[in-house]
Write a protein that binds this ligand. Structure first.
Ligand code: ZN
Ligand code: ZN
Length: 102
C-alpha cells in the first residue's frame, strides 16, 4: 500500500493526505510540487525517476473500509535536504539518457 509520508523530503513542508501539492516517485519518495519544479527538475534525488501527483486517500469510509481511518497516513518524517548543485549535475546526467534506457 502507498505510504503517505507527512512532509516534503527536501523542505519539510507538511503534506497531509488531502494535499494537492504532494508528488511521489515510484518508490514513494515524497516532495512538494514547488521543490519538484524548482529544485529537482522532476528527477528524484534518490532513484533518478520522475514524479506524479500523489492520489488522495479518502478520509471517509465511502466504500469497503478503504480510507484513512483504517489505513492512516505515515507520521514518520523523512527530511533529507538535497544539495542543489550536486542534484543539478545528477539530473542533467539522467536527462541526457533516453527515457527507455534510464
Ligand atoms: Zn518541498
Ligand atoms: Zn525516488
Amino acid at each position: 500500500m502507498l505510504e503517505l509520508r507527512p512532509t516534503c523530503e527536501n523542505c519539510n513542508k507538511p503534506l497531509p493526505p488531502y494535499s494537492l501539492e504532494a508528488r511521489i516517485c515510484t518508490y514513494e519518495c515524497t516532495f512538494c510540487a514547488r521543490c519538484v519544479e524548482t529544485i529537482l527538475d522532476n528527477v528524484c534525488p534518490n532513484c533518478g525517476a520522475g514524479f506524479v501527483p500523489r492520489p488522495i486517500r479518502p478520509s471517509k469510509n465511502w466504500k469497503g473500509d478503504n480510507f484513512l481511518g483504517k489505513d492512516p497516513a505515515s507520521t514518520k518524517v523523512r527530511h533529507l535536504p538535497v544539495d542543489p548543485v550536486a542534484h543539478a549535475r545528477f539530473s542533467a546526467s539522467i536527462k541526457a539518457i533516453p527515457p527507455e534506457k534510464r
